[in-house]
Design a protein around this ligand. Structure first.
Ligand code: FAD
Length: 318
């Protein structure tokens, strides 16, 4: 019996160690081997992580068509690989790309699929998978009894833990034939992605519609700079064109887990909180004392953020 985590890309994405942690625990609970399928250039970083997380076999799939993000080639490669390995569970770290790939792999393999999962428990003859639903408002437990399950893991609430004993995994080169794949997917534009990633930031200052205007958003940037952090925002202000979508925090944006998340003029809608509720400390500035953000914030300032932000900038620069 085997369980496999699938990874691809030019580097190992954040959340992979957390996904490996859950995968290892699941494999141990059902006595399965843990395979890690790594496609493309990410394979160079994988051996050390695989060793740390008790992976049984590091399965490397290499093909020129996997060099860039080409979903049709990726799906085909994973379907062929799983056809050879015959795993019982196929896991994905739910990156933006994995949201496209996991359901397609499940569809091709006729497998049950659960997205937005964050916990598992094996039961006789199957798997209970806990996942968020309705934009993060609800937790649902799916009881999977199909012979093959595809589960996509959101890792924000998962803590990475290395295996008790590190051991080098077996390493296999897996051959797939992608000669018949004609890619139908073409990236025509993508968010600006230079510099550090919001997902990795330790301090994030985020702004919402309560700032009132794109000009006022400059206060968020100034405070982020003064604190040595990064700036982000809600979807409302991305939609209004105040900031680039690469800065959007939330369910349909970046999933972050900073030490400090300072939210100015943000209501705290569940879709926004899905991208920041794993922060160690949330500080909110909102003039409405009943705003949802205060259900999550450790510290709250019930006030006009246009008055508070300049004071915080002054204090941070002092
Ligand atoms: C499928 C789906 C996916 C979504 N994905 C995301 C996502 O990824 N990220 C995301 O952010 N949203 C997402 N949304 C949108 C989300 O539901 C909210 O509409 C959005 O987060 C609201 O943004 P906001 O808090 O900036 O604006 P608003 O809801 O307008 O809230 C503004 C807040 O500012 C406060 N305020 C006003 N003036 C001041 C002031 N002067 N000082 C202090 N406080 C003030 C108000 O009291 C209010 O609480 C999604 C929605 C759907 C349906």
């Amino acid at each position: 019996m085997s369980i496999v985590l699938c990874t691809w890309g030019s580097f190992i994405e954040g959340g992979t160690e957390e996904a490996l942690t859950l995968a290892r625990k699941l494999a141990a609970s059902v006595g399965a081997e843990l395979h890690w399928a790594v496609l493309g250039a990410a394979a160079t970083e994988a051996p050390a992580l695989a060793e740390r997380h008790g992976v049984t076999s590091l399965d490397v799939i290499d093909d020129p068509k996997l060099a860039d993000f080409q979903p049709d080639a990726l799906v085909e490669a994973l379907v062929q690989y799983c056809g050879q390995l015959k795993p019982t569970t196929i896991l994905f770290n739910q990156t933006v790309a994995a949201r496209l790939i996991a359901p397609r792999v499940a569809g091709r393999l006729g497998a049950a699929v659960v997205m937005n999962a964050f916990a598992f428990a094996a039961h006789e003859g199957g798997l209970d998978v806990t996942a968020t639903a309705f934009g993060g408002d609800t937790h649902v437990v799916y009881r999977l009894t199909a012979p093959l399950s595809v589960v996509s893991i959101v890792t924000t609430t998962v803590v990475a833990e290395p295996a008790a004993q590190a051991a080098p995994p077996a390493r296999r080169a897996v051959a797939v034939d992608l000669s018949g794949v004609t890619e139908r997917f073409r990236v025509v534009s993508s968010p600006k992605a230079e510099g550090p990633r919001l997902e990795d930031a330790q301090i994030i200052v985020s702004g919402g519609r309560g700032l009132g205007s794109a000009q006022n958003y400059d206060l968020v940037k100034q405070l982020a700079d003064a604190l040595g952090g990064m700036w982000g925002g809600s979807r409302a202000i991305v939609d209004d064109g105040w900031i680039d979508s690469s800065r959007q925090v939330g369910l349909t944006g970046k999933i972050t887990r900073p030490g400090l998340y300072l939210a100015a003029g943000i209501s705290g809608a569940s879709q926004h909180m899905a991208g920041c509720s794993a922060a160690k400390t949330i500080v909110a500035i909102n003039k409405d004392k009943d705003a949802s953000i205060y259900r999550y914030a450790r510290y709250g300032i019930v006030a006009d953020c246009l008055e508070v932000l300049p004071e915080l900038i002054k204090a941070a620069r002092a």
